[in-house]
Design a protein around this ligand. Structure first.
Ligand SMILES: [Zn+2]
Length: 390
């Protein structure tokens, strides 16, 4: 049966038009300041279609035209931008050492940011505080947790156990009266990296208090593997230390989780075991002071990361792996040295992040970009009856 015969022609036209609107909005999000000719090329749409949609988007205030630049023959050339005045998005990064929020405009420019202490946002009975002039069109909460991306149901977080009962997404959505979603924090980091580097595919290994792996491609960000980014308990070495979380020997976290690093660097003993934030800061300081001279106590951690990078390369192929996060960047050269000592038939290509962002807000920024992209994916405005004839 011909499906189209079941749908009124007007509805089919409307679906196509909404699709075209989204195509142009997305093209402008990756190519701000594009001319009409460039948008025709980027979108593959016809000149009359692009012209009509741009007119509507400008009239409705979603797009602004800048005519300041003149073409060689004297006719003004319009450059189009998404209108950054009205529409803002919020990315929130939840971690054991505190939570970070980053607001962005529709062009991905960073606006304000803020930090919440612990437990802060994680108290389920407490309303999320919103300033009266703080409106957002959507938000994303980056989490170190297992969850189902489709149902958005959080299953478990070994890093922040308070996260699942906190019902954070629902509370943010209620406070802002806008849709909020979850994304894995490593996937958010991958999206931030991809959005700035313009690479087609980014795999990001996020190493801070625990370890996650996410990727971003043209379809958006996602956590890698069956647990959607949670790879901390990937078995690496059955003769390794016992993991206090999963109970097995030699998982990745038992080697390079913040508690494991604090132990081999003898940091936690001086601070007290539960203060994640202080331990993270101290471990970072110790690693910086090593200046690339790795003590034997750290060899196991570097070897475990090298092995994990090789396993990832087997899974995703020889794409560059970004090793980032406050701990990841500091261990990068050490991991590369270990990899060089391994057989050369499988060489992970590790690199540091290229994005220039304050480290604490990298994940929150990626989460805000995810919210922006989600909004663009569902963007729809109805055109007046005049354009209905197109
Ligand atoms: Zn484990």
């Amino acid at each position: 049966m011909d499906m189209h015969s079941l749908l009124p022609a007007a509805r089919v036209t409307r679906h196509i038009r909404l699709h075209h609107q989204r195509l142009l909005m997305k093209a402008l999000s990756v190519h701000p300041g594009a001319s009409q000719a460039e948008l025709i090329e980027d979108s593959g749409l016809s000149r009359p279609t692009v012209g009509a949609i741009l007119d509507t988007l400008c009239a409705q205030g979603y797009v602004v035209r800048d005519r300041s630049e003149r073409a060689r023959r004297g006719a003004p050339v319009g450059h189009y931008f998404l209108n950054a005045q009205e529409i803002r998005f919020l990315g929130v990064d939840i971690g054991p050492a505190g939570s970070f929020g980053q607001w962005i405009d529709i062009n991905g420019r960073r606006l304000s940011s803020r930090e919440w202490g612990q437990p802060g946002l994680l108290v389920p009975t407490q309303a999320v505080q919103v300033d009266p002039d703080d409106t957002v069109s959507g938000g994303t909460i980056a989490v170190p947790a297992m969850f189902d991306p489709k149902s958005q149901q959080l299953e478990r977080s070994t890093v922040v156990p308070e996260l699942v009962p906190s019902r954070l997404r629902e509370r943010f959505a209620a406070a802002y009266q806008a849709p909020f979603h979850y994304v894995h924090n490593a996937a958010a980091a991958a999206l931030a990296e991809q959005s700035i580097s313009h690479e087609p595919f980014v795999v990001f290994v996020l190493l801070r208090t625990s370890i996650g792996v996410g990727y971003a491609d043209s379809e958006g960000p996602a956590g890698l593997g069956p647990h959607h980014g949670e790879i901390a308990h990937l078995p690496i070495d059955p003769a390794g230390p016992v993991c206090t979380v999963c109970g097995r020997r030699g998982c990745l976290e038992s080697w390079v989780g913040i508690k494991a690093l604090a132990h081999v660097l003898e940091v936690a003993l001086t601070i007290g075991r539960e203060d994640d934030r202080a331990i993270l800061a101290e471990v970072r300081e110790r690693l910086q002071s090593l200046d690339g001279r790795w003590p034997p106590a750290l060899h196991g951690a570097l070897e475990a990361l090298a092995t994990a990078a090789e396993i990832l390369t087997q899974v995703v192929g020889e794409v560059p792996l970004v090793l980032g996060g406050p701990i990841g960047e500091l261990l990068l050269t050490g991991v590369r040295e270990r990899i060089k000592q391994h057989p050369a038939w499988l060489s992970p290509r590790l690199r540091p992040p290229r994005t220039v962002l304050p480290e604490s807000f990298r994940v929150a920024y990626g989460a805000a970009l995810a919210a922006r992209d989600q909004w663009l994916d569902t963007f729809a405005i109805e055109m007046g009856s005049e354009q209905e004839q197109l």
